[in-house]
Design a protein around this ligand. Sequence first.
Ligand SMILES: *Cc1c(COP(=O)(O)O)cnc(C)c1O
Length: 361
Amino acid sequence: MVHRIHNFNPGPCALPLPVLEKAAAEMFDYKGTGMSVMEVSHRSAEFDEIINDAGLLMKDLLGVPESYHVLFLGGGASTQFYFIPMNFLGGGTADYVNTGSWSKKAIKEAGLYGTVNIAGTSEETNFNFIPKQEGLKLTADAKYVHYTSNNTIFGTEFHYVPETGNVPLICDMSSDIMSRPVDVSKFGLIYAGAQKNLGPSGVTAVVVSDELIEAGAEDIPTMTQYRTHAGKNSLFNTPPCWNIYILKLFLEWVKDEGGLAEMNARAQKKADLIYGAIDEMGNFYKGHAEVDSRSRMNATFNLPTEEMEKQFVAEAAKEGLGGVKGHRSVGGIRISMYNATAIESVKAVVDLMEDFRGKNK
Ligand SMILES: *Cc1c(COP(=O)(O)O)cnc(C)c1O
């Protein structure tokens, strides 16, 4: 047996072992080519098959309608923070919901290309809740509405899809894509850096309606126009080939395991375990997020003292639990449990929480 830890890294993060095994088995000789996927041409029949399969799996698993394109782009989700306003804002107004660090970064870029209306925010309380639909102050003629469906750092998650009427809805789904079924037809564009729920870092999946692709600006650099990549099956230039290959293996694994219905059931189980423990030991572990805004992907909580938090991280490491330290903007502990995180790993954390409290209360 290979040595593997219980990996709670927030991203890059755990990948399913079968994905790594398959990649290892195909490393030196991919399908009889005598080359690894890193060495084949992106114009080859082999790579064509990989990128086509990856796209088909995205469409199949997410239920993407015919009138959308799936793109695989370089530069990470952060590149989409400026691609989006560059393409669609053009001096107009866009509505942004500000639910944390990633939203703020997206807002900053949008400000370079037009007016940003903050349609809702939880900044005053260190982003511990998700604004409700009734509270959103939407602009009637906005170019689009942007939100971050899961706030990786703060541990909050939208449990509804905002209603925006005729205004296109754009979502940064980097840290909860593929963790539950979504109605893609409600969105103009969905994007996700792959390194949380889809695979390795360095490739970003974009699902975008043909209508928005058409509406995009034409007086911006070729590489920043969605139509460029849509028209060339994401092969306008050399894409992150290896990353797309691992993403494809990851999606095959999701499908084999039972698709989004199964990922959804597992996410709920994992979240129930961890939040159950937090609630049961509420005088010791304090959850950061309000109960109805809790993320199923990242559970954030604090211990009675900072010293104890340090000790907890150290004890976790001793038990083979890695990546549990919280982000500096919340402190404390963050347990990230994406698609590839096993239920057993979350059980190991709960065991540690009980044990640690027993020794320190
Ligand atoms: C990790 C993350 C990002 C940043 O992704 P990069 O690929 O590093 O640019 C953006 N948004 C969310 C919600 C994230 O979790």
